[in-house]
Design a binder for this molecule. Structure first.
Ligand code: BTN
Length: 315
């Protein structure tokens, strides 16, 4: 019964989304779905309460901001069964973990309008208010864990390329996987992995992309696409292109190709950096990223250090 109600509510939303005329009458909806007008009204109220921008008018109902909907039915057919959209979750990382264990397929995407306990690297809080793209990608590649790093590079490279192509923004990638505009943070990536025996069971890559939100009140060094471009943009187009291009890029895993393309988009190589690891701090000039994803650092005494993880600051 709960599922039936959810399905009917989604069907109402889908009709409004697909309606060629702006306004769809309650009678038309009730006929198409074979439900009463009272039921239509109840579903519309529930959808409004969930935050969907539906206007009630004398002739019926109109769905506004259609372009920004992230419902599975808004995506091409081959993507629909792997988009999991939620209104509010604690963290898409936790939801994705459960879904991965319950059998969600390779390249599933978990998105939420809001996260109440969004988290970043090193267990930092990730502020996730309305308007951002809060996404966790579920990957189930048939690989041993040592190759998992390449998917993070593929994800940041793909997202940076999509944003450059769609909006012509001067986005760069900061080692290991942040996206920047200038020195301000546009997106952060966080990955979690589970193994079974010698192989990966799943890799979940969380991406927090500041799109139409205003992150600066919580993170003064952050920026959103809306703030940079001076206008809101469509999250759905970003997500669709990202999923498509990421699938293409990772169809065969070619570490050399992915790292060399990633290097064309990074602002880290050539910068003076400070890297904080759990027990150490390294400072110097970033001179390269090798095929294993490690940062090659030339320190002030001209020695070369290979750093495999850490928090990186451009100084
Ligand atoms: C970082 O830069 O510290 C990584 C931030 C990752 C944030 C994203 S938002 C979607 C997913 N869910 C989370 O709780 N975190 C990641």
């Amino acid at each position: 019964m709960v599922n039936e109600t959810k399905n009917t509510k989604e069907a109402v939303l889908s009709l409004l989304y697909r309606s060629p005329d702006d306004v769809l009458s309650g009678v038309a909806i009730s006929r198409k779905l074979d439900i009463t007008r009272v039921a239509v009204w109840k579903h519309i109220s529930a959808l409004k309460n969930e935050g969907f921008d539906i206007e009630s008018m004398p002739k019926g109902y109109r769905l506004n901001n259609k372009d920004d909907l992230l419902m599975p039915f808004c995506f091409p057919k081959d993507m629909r069964n792997r988009i999991y959209r939620f209104n509010s979750v604690e963290s898409t990382m936790d939801t994705a973990r459960s879904l991965a264990k319950e059998g969600a397929c390779h390249l599933s995407a978990v998105v939420a309008e809001n996260q109440t306990l969004g988290r970043g690297r090193l267990n930092r809080t990730w502020h996730s208010s309305q308007g951002g793209l809060w996404l966790t990608l579920i990957l189930k590649p048939d690989i041993p864990p040592i190759y998992s790093y390449i998917y993070n590079f593929a994800a940041s490279l793909t997202m940076a390329s999509v944003l450059k192509k769609q909006f012509d923004v001067p986005v760069s990638v900061k080692w290991p996987n942040d996206l920047l505009i200038g020195s301000r943070k546009l997106a952060g990536l966080l990955s979690e992995m589970e193994t079974r025996g010698d192989m990966v069971e799943f890799i979940n890559i969380g991406i927090g992309l500041n799109v139409n939100n205003s992150p600066q009140k919580d993170e003064p060094r952050a920026i959103s696409l809306k703030e940079y471009l001076g206008r809101p943009v469509c999250r759905k187009e970003i997500l669709e292109s990202f999923l498509h291009d990421f699938e293409q890029l990772t169809q065969t895993i070619d570490c050399e190709k992915i790292i060399s393309r990633w290097k064309t988009m990074t602002s880290t190589i050539g910068s003076d950096v400070k890297i904080e690891t759990l027990g150490d701090v390294f400072e110097g000039r970033a001179v390269d990223v090798d095929i294993s994803g490690a940062l090659i650092l030339q320190t002030r005494d001209q020695s070369i250090q290979k750093i495999i993880y850490g928090d990186c600051f451009h100084t």
